[in-house]
Design a protein around this ligand. Structure first.
Ligand code: SIN
Length: 508
């Protein structure tokens, strides 16, 4: 048997869902190894979450109704029940009691805010920078916890599978690849931002967990439901904290519209009332489509923050405007950017995938809660609730070392230019053919282009093991899954926005 490591539970990914899974497992007495590609907390999408975490206040049924309505009636009712009925306990337990997160509050308790498509103020927040105020204390808490080992700058390349059961993963660290065997593996690898030129995700969101699970034979569902956030601030000189080809500077939280911010087109006209009765507070997919249409028609869209006490209520965003030379008094230039994948690895109410001892939580999973379009500020909540449940369920199994796949003797080198060029092609296809608007003909074209690209990448994967090559492999597998599911779903619903093209009429 080759050199290897073991633990009871292996968690892959360090966002809120992965941390919650580690907590859930260690509370059962299991020893947990959590590996992450990130080298800083900012490497996880959770750190970047702005709006907050929705909770169920006096009327849980109304919260459920809002989730289902935002999803265009496609959310799974049982999954929504699990989310809402566990929301308050999970938040009280982990965020208030364990981590003592100091949410914004007033004399009467927490200052709940509202975002688009919520029918009441129910979102706990810290300024509009909630993610980091949860993520950093959570990382510190687990780091200091006996029984949890956090290893950064480490990527999972492949799952180790034998006869339908997952036994661990091949981990790469500093060009060294070795097997890590575990009683259970929890995937918490986050989103797919690197597949699109405009994204609100941090770098390295390459769909790793989805690709690894799919290649190991797990069911993957709802991949066509890619959510675009309508208001990413776009500037010409944006650096690439958010994706290589991007002009996105930073996300402007929906909370700004919740507090009164208005969208205006290039002619200075407010347009959202023409698109939806809830105007700026319509569901995210509706606003993203409207912003796209108005940018095309009038050249630009700006978020007018004059009805809001912007500097006082959103000091973090005001600072980011200043950093990027944006004068918010003139309106913040915005465009839709890839934000969240509603589908992913299919899981049940405890995060169990269709493969034995493999779990998935957070954005890489598909619980059914979001259906075709996610309600704002439910992603941290979903990660927390499912993370705790999956971690607890994953505990109690011993690692069982078996023969690992032979990734050990290969040439680790890969020309950087190769990965850059392929990623550039992949993003162009996804942006032009699998973006906010999709036509049947474009989707068919994207399938052909992505198949060819994946074939070129696979030829290298047979002989090399570099992390960037596996990220490219994962991105191309994930992109192909999105394009395939989008091609197969002929119903225009939620984020899957089919428009007719000259060649093929749409079903609706
Ligand atoms: C936002 O603050 O607008 C993002 C919140 C979310 O993605 O749920």
């Amino acid at each position: 048997m080759t050199d290897h490591d073991t633990s009871d539970v292996l968690v892959v990914g360090s966002g809120l869902a992965g941390l919650a899974a580690a907590l859930g497992a260690t509370r059962q007495g299991d020893d947990v190894t959590l590996v992450t590609k990130a080298t800083r907390p900012e490497g996880a999408s959770s750190w970047w979450a702005q709006g907050g975490i929705a909770v169920s206040r006096d009327d849980p049924e109304q919260f459920k109704d809002d989730i289902v309505a935002a999803s265009d009636d496609t959310a799974d009712a049982d999954a929504v029940d699990v989310l809402v009925e566990n929301a308050n306990d999970a938040v009280q337990d982990v965020l208030f009691e364990t981590l003592a997160v100091e949410f914004d509050s007033g004399d009467d308790g927490p200052d709940y805010t509202r975002e688009a498509a919520h029918s009441e103020d129910r979102i706990l927040h810290v300024d509009a920078a909630t993610g980091k105020h949860i993520h950093v204390p959570f990382l510190n808490y687990l780091d200091a916890h006996d029984g949890v080992e956090i290893i950064d700058d480490t990527a999972a390349l492949e799952l180790i599978r034998h006869e339908g059961r997952v036994h661990g993963a091949m981990l790469e660290s500093d060009d060294d690849v070795r097997p890590h065997f575990a009683g259970s593996v929890v995937l918490a690898t986050g989103g797919i931002g690197e597949l699109y030129p405009r994204t609100t995700n941090p770098d390295n969101a390459t769909g790793d967990g989805i690709a690894m699970a799919a290649l190991a034979g797990a069911d993957v569902r709802d991949m066509e439901y890619v959510q675009f956030h309508p208001t990413a601030c776009v500037v010409d000189d944006a650096d690439s904290t958010t994706g290589a080809d991007a002009d996105v500077a930073f996300l402007v939280s929906e909370a700004v519209r919740g507090e009164g911010g208005l969208l205006r087109n290039g002619d200075g006209e407010r347009f959202m009332p023409d698109y939806h009765a809830d105007a700026e507070l319509a569901p995210r997919d509706v606003v993203a489509r409207a912003v796209t249409a108005e940018r095309e028609a009038t050249g630009e869209v700006r978020l007018d923050v004059s009805p809001v006490d912007f500097a006082d209520e959103f000091p973090g965003l005001a600072d980011r405007c200043a950093e990027h030379g944006v004068d918010y008094d003139e309106g913040i230039p915005v465009a839709p950017a890839e934000h969240f994948l509603c589908g992913g690895v299919a899981v049940d109410d405890r995060g169990r995938t269709t493969l034995d001892r493999l779990y998935a939580v957070g954005e890489c999973s598909r619980t059914g809660v979001h259906g075709a379009n996610r309600l704002a500020s439910t992603s941290l909540l979903e990660g927390l609730v499912w993370g705790l449940r999956a971690g607890a369920d994953a505990a109690g199994n011993d690692a069982d070392p078996i023969e690992a796949p032979d990734l050990l003797t290969r040439d680790p080198d890969l020309p950087d230019r190769f990965a850059r060029e392929k990623f550039h092609r992949l993003r162009r296809v996804m942006d032009e053919q699998v973006g906010v608007e999709r036509t049947p003909a474009d989707l068919n074209r994207s399938l052909a282009l992505l198949r060819r690209l994946k074939g070129e990448v696979d030829a290298y994967v047979r002989t090399r093991t570099s992390r960037s090559l596996y990220e490219l492999r994962n991105a191309s597998v994930t992109a192909l899954l999105i394009a395939r599911h989008a091609t197969e779903n002929t119903e225009s619903v939620g984020t899957h926005n089919l428009v007719a093209d000259a060649e093929t009429p749409t079903a609706d």
